[in-house]
Design a protein around this ligand. Structure first.
Ligand SMILES: Cc1cc2nc3c(=O)[nH]c(=O)nc-3n(C[C@H](O)[C@H](O)[C@H](O)COP(=O)(O)OP(=O)(O)OC[C@H]3O[C@@H](n4cnc5c(N)ncnc54)[C@H](O)[C@@H]3O)c2cc1C
Length: 126
């Protein structure tokens, strides 16, 4: 589904002259790939990286981690549904929602909604 260059995002993730790549496989649109064994998954990723990035050297190491059903899926109408939920929440001054299910799945979105939720609750109790 995607590949990020972790060692470009954050310093110290790979020694000089090397790159740490993180590839994502499966997701809600290709759940069948999730049942591949680690070796097959790694080989498929390496084949795709060879085609996309011309990376043909064998990696110094590769690890597979599985996170089943870990990403919220926003369907058509998500925005309106969240607005309706938030309207209902206004009845409860000290109840707030935060996290990946509402306004974006990125860490920055989760932190922002967490801060906003905390501020709403503080206002509600003060
Ligand atoms: C493989 C993967 C890679 C990702 N990479 C990136 C990235 O590079 N950059 C980026 O910005 N975002 C990335 N994301 C997205 C981001 O990490 C998540 O959207 C974000 O961490 C979700 O935060 P959250 O607080 O909503 O949920 P979570 O981090 O899942 O926190 C929910 C917490 O609630 C706890 N919990 C659940 N149920 C209960 C219960 N009943 N009682 C008590 N506690 C409970 C859980 O144990 C968990 O600690 C990635 C996500 C995945 C899955």
């Amino acid at each position: 589904m995607a590949c990020t260059f972790s060692s470009l995002k954050y310093p110290g993730r790979a020694p000089e002259g090397h790159i740490l790549l993180r590839a994502f496989v499966g997701g809600s649109l290709q759940p069948e790939l999730f049942s591949d064994d680690d070796r097959t998954m790694e080989k498929n990723v390496r084949d795709e990286l060879a085609a996309l990035l011309a990376v043909t050297a064998l990696p110094q190491f590769a690890r597979v981690w599985r996170h089943p059903n870990s990403m919220p899926q926003y369907h058509v109408g998500h925005d309106a549904r969240v607005k309706r939920i938030e309207l209902e929440l206004q009845k409860f001054a000290t109840l707030s929602l935060a996290g990946s299910a509402y306004h974006g799945v990125g860490i920055a979105d989760c932190v922002r909604t967490g801060e906003e939720a905390a501020e709403t609750i503080i206002k509600g109790i003060s």
